[in-house]
Structures are given as structure tokens and as C-alpha cells.
Design a protein around this ligand. Structure first.
Ligand code: NDP
Length: 278
């Protein structure tokens, strides 16, 4: 039986074990996927012990994606660009390949599940942390016309723009944001995690948000997130959460670990959606 894990802190809430169990069941594979709670000081040791004991693959979630990027011996191009690793693949002899499947998971969800056109689309990316960085590089592989990176700390957005060296990308502060008509707005901030009341709105006027035709929040939950409600109140046509992104990034990791092409992500998204709604 092959063993898998997800390293994180906290990690008990992670849906990854359930998603991978569901994919494995689709293929009749017997796997064991359990969460691993670890601390910053123990992370490196926990990873090395897991693979020394024969672990077949691991995911990495908050707050260890950057630490995982530092510890692997090999990186895929997309993980090198994102400077963050969410998937670990053992290569043998203590060598580990680090990949980042978040960006491709987002793109697949947008295109396939949310039916969003990225060709000639203007994108507004809210946030400049790890998730935004991965998303930005994946978006730039698409024929989008522009990506405006908007962040509370403007310098971080500017740094991201400088790193990409792509003329389609610009940075701006929330108070200077002018959303292009028909834009896709993606929330990659952690505002709903950092705000304890869970009610804080991003500082975007409803009249401005209304110019977008799609609002996508990387967060997800039982109810529409605060950003989704903000977009619904502004009468944005299409509003989505990030549950599909989570399942699609897991599908890419599953394919890498098992060398299997097809998993039915729709089925798993529906299963998790009804479970979240309780
Ligand atoms: P980081 O901590 O790296 O970045 C956080 C970002 O949020 C920064 O840009 C920060 O701005 C901004 N931010 C935090 N609080 C506020 C606030 N009160 N107002 C405005 N901006 C704020 O987090 P990640 O990039 O790792 O994660 C971001 C989100 O994406 C999380 O909610 C995470 O759960 C989600 N995610 C979802 C995935 C999925 O599969 N669905 C996958 C990966 C992430 P500043 O620079 O000014 O601090």
C-alpha cells in the first residue's frame, strides 16, 4: 500500500486526504493518505522521515510551501517561478522533486469548471503572496491581455511585476484600482483568514467591482465567502469560490504520483460541495 501525506499547520481541516482517497477509489487503487501536523522547526525532519520510511508522495500546505521550495533537490519550472512547492515527488537516493500545481489547478478550474474565457481577457489579481505569485505565472502562460496585481502593501505587488518581466503585468494600490470592463477579478488575499470577524471587505467600491464579469475567490467554505458576497452585491455576473481549484491542483498531483491520466474531478467537487453544505 502506498503512503501519502499533507504537511501543514493547521492541517486537520485539510480536504486533501479525502480528495486523494476519492481519486484512488475511481481507479481501484489502495492508498493511505493522512495529514501530518508539523511545526516550522520540525518540518524538514518530518519530510525526510516520511520519505525515508517509504512515503510515495506528499502535499505541502500553509505555512510550509516556501520552506518546501527551499528543501527540495529538484524543482519543476513552474515551482521555480512560483518560489513555492505544494507537491513533493521522491526521486530515490534522498532526492526530492518539488512541483507547484496551484497555478495550473486555478487555470483548469477557471476554464473547464467555471467556463471562463482567458483569451484576450483582462485579469485583476488581488494579493501578492504565495498563492498570487503561483497564479500570476500560470495566468501569463494564457493569452490574457493584462494582469493588474493589486495589494495592500504596494511594494510586494511591484516586486512581483518586476520579477515577471512581462509587459502585460502592472501593479497598483486598492485606492488607484480601475477595473477594465469585462475583467476577471481573482481574490488571492487571505483577508478572510486574517480578519477574525470574517466580515472585512476588500476596499473596492461596488461601482468599480461591477465592471468585472467574473469574480473568483481562492477561498471556499460552506457559504459564499465575504468577497463573493461583495461581488454578488455589485451584480457581477459569474461568482465562484476556490473549491474547484483545490480539487484540480490535487488532480495534477495525483497524476504525477500515479502516472495515471484521467480522474473525474467534477464528481469529487460535487461530493465535497454537498458535504460542506452539510
Ligand atoms: P500569503 O500569506 O502568502 O499572502 C496573503 C495575501 O493577502 C497578501 O497579499 C496580503 O497582503 C493579503 N492580505 C492579508 N490580509 C489582508 C487584508 N486584511 N486586507 C488586504 N489584503 C490582505 O497567503 P497565500 O498567498 O498562501 O494564500 C492566499 C489565499 O489563497 C488564502 O486564503 C488561501 O487559503 C488561498 N489558497 C487557496 C488555494 C486553493 O486551492 N483553493 C490554494 C492556495 C491558496 P500584504 O502583502 O499587504 O500582507
Amino acid at each position: 500500500m502506498a503512503f501519502f501525506t499533507v504537511f501543514g499547520n493547521p492541517v486537520a481541516h485539510s480536504l486533501s486526504p479525502q480528495i486523494h482517497d476519492a481519486f484512488a477509489a475511481q481507479h481501484g487503487l489502495g492508498i493511505r493518505y493522512l495529514p501530518s501536523l508539523t511545526s516550522a522547526g520540525q518540518f524538514r525532519r518530518a519530510v525526510s522521515d516520511f520519505f525515508y520510511c517509504g512515503g510515495a508522495g506528499a502535499n505541502v500546505t500553509v505555512p510550509f510551501k516556501e520552506s518546501a521550495y527551499e528543501l527540495v533537490t529538484h524543482l519543476t519550472t513552474r515551482a521555480a517561478k512560483a518560489r513555492a512547492v505544494n507537491t513533493l515527488i521522491p526521486l530515490g537516493f534522498g532526492q526530492l522533486l518539488g512541483d507547484n500545481t496551484d497555478g495550473i489547478g486555478l487555470i483548469t478550474d477557471l476554464r473547464v469548471n467555471c467556463h471562463q474565457q482567458l483569451n484576450q481577457r483582462a485579469v485583476v489579481l488581488l494579493g501578492a503572496g504565495g498563492a498570487a505569485r503561483g497564479a500570476l505565472y500560470a495566468l501569463l502562460e494564457q493569452p490574457v491581455t493584462s494582469v493588474t496585481v493589486v495589494n495592500r502593501t504596494l511594494e510586494r505587488a511591484q516586486q512581483l511585476v518586476e520579477d515577471t518581466q512581462d509587459s502585460r503585468v502592472t501593479a497598483c494600490a486598492f485606492d488607484a484600482l480601475a477595473i477594465p470592463t469585462g475583467a476577471l477579478v481573482i481574490n488571492a488575499t487571505s483577508i478572510s483568514l486574517s480578519d477574525k470577524s470574517g466580515t472585512a471587505l476588500l476596499p473596492i467600491e461596488a461601482s468599480e467591482l461591477a465592471k468585472a464579469t467574473c469574480a473568483y475567490d481562492m477561498m471556499y467554505g460552506a457559504k459564499p465567502t465575504v468577497f463573493m458576497q461583495q461581488a454578488q452585491n455589485a451584480e457581477v455576473n459569474d461568482v465562484f469560490d476556490g473549491l474547484g481549484m483545490l480539487v484540480e491542483q490535487a488532480a495534477v498531483a495525483f497524476k504525477l504520483w500515479h502516472d495515471l491520466e484521467r480522474v473525474n474531478t467534477q464528481q469529487v467537487i460535487e461530493q465535497l460541495r454537498s458535504q460542506l453544505k452539510g
